[in-house]
Design a protein around this ligand. Structure first.
Ligand SMILES: [Zn+2]
Length: 296
């Protein structure tokens, strides 16, 4: 079975996937300078662009299914909410993409996923965890939460409430006390108007009290969100990825976890910081799509 996986977090990345592995190179769409940027392009334009990428990657071979990851709340092929691609709110991506593909002669089922769920599936497939529950935190501009095996739900883990302090109002969604409002890159820039996120962590290492306090908050917020997930779905493997995952001190995170998770059947949890990126998301979108058409 052959699938094409696509991720659209910032640029369109497309790959051919067979047996949980990428066949050939990942194709990343480089926007020509005169082109309209993706985040302002209407749905039909995005669908056409993606269909042309699929055509190029397929290279004439028969494709069984196509899986695509988008940031936001995705249900039944619809984007119910997408903070980065606001023009796509309410869009039926499955229908638009199927239509654009048919015009190019492809009749193939299209499955749409949240991009963090795609990364979770990619990590499960490439690291031998296809038989169990795994979760992933993506720590970048925003905070994503992915879960494998895919199941119906919202899973907006980045917006878990981890603080009741009314001053915690930096989340991009406008909600108070959210994980992303503490850990997200955008939120950190809003909180420290005089420092970039990397400088905050550097200054904490140098002992700047304000930065030291913040770095504790940053870790305890992730511990709180993870502890909440453990109290709902049980312990297990948690991957952490994204460009700000480099700032994670797993020992400090574990200290907070010990304070927050006390019931002994729930203490079997493990964190692992891993590279994620487009490749994992592309493989994962394809793996999820293959499982959707032929459940194991
Ligand atoms: Zn939020």
């Amino acid at each position: 079975m052959k699938a094409i996986g696509i991720n659209t977090a910032d640029r369109i990345a497309t790959g051919l996937v067979e047996g949980h592995r990428l066949v050939g190179p990942l194709r990343v769409y480089e926007e020509p300078p005169e082109a309209e940027p993706l985040f302002t392009t209407p749905l039909a334009g995005i669908a056409e662009r993606i269909a042309r990428e699929v055509e190029a990657v397929a290279g004439g071979s028969k494709i069984d299914v196509l899986g695509i990851g988008f940031p936001g709340i995705i249900r039944n092929g619809f984007i119910e909410e997408s903070p980065n691609l606001r023009q796509l709110k309410g869009a039926n991506v499955r229908e638009a993409l199927s239509g654009a593909l048919e015009k190019l002669g492809f009749k193939v089922p299209v499955q749409v996923y949240n991009d963090a769920d795609a990364i979770a599936a990619g990590l499960a497939a490439t690291r031998g965890y296809l038989d169990r529950l795994i979760r992933v935190w993506t720590i970048g501009f925003g905070i994503g939460f992915g879960i494998y095996p895919w199941h119906e739900g919202i899973w907006e883990g980045g917006h878990i409430v981890v603080s009741l302090d009314p001053r915690e109002r930096y989340c991009g969604c406008g909600g108070r006390g959210h994980l992303e409002g503490i850990m997200g890159n955008r939120a950190m820039r809003l909180r420290f108007l005089d420092m970039e996120p990397d400088e905050i962590f550097d200054n904490a290492h140098k002992g700047d009290p304000r930065c030291v306090e913040f770095v504790k908050l940053w870790h305890s917020a992730l511990a709180a969100a993870t502890a909440n997930s453990i109290h709902l779905a049980g312990p297990g493997k948690f991957f952490v990825t994204g460009f700000n995952a480099k700032h994670l001190d797993v020992n400090l995170l574990q200290q907070y976890m010990h304070e927050m998770v006390k019931m002994s059947p729930l203490q079997d949890y493990v964190f692992e910081v891993v590279p994620g990126g487009n490749e994992m998301a592309v493989i994962g979108a394809a793996v999820n799509a293959l499982r959707a058409i032929s459940p194991a």
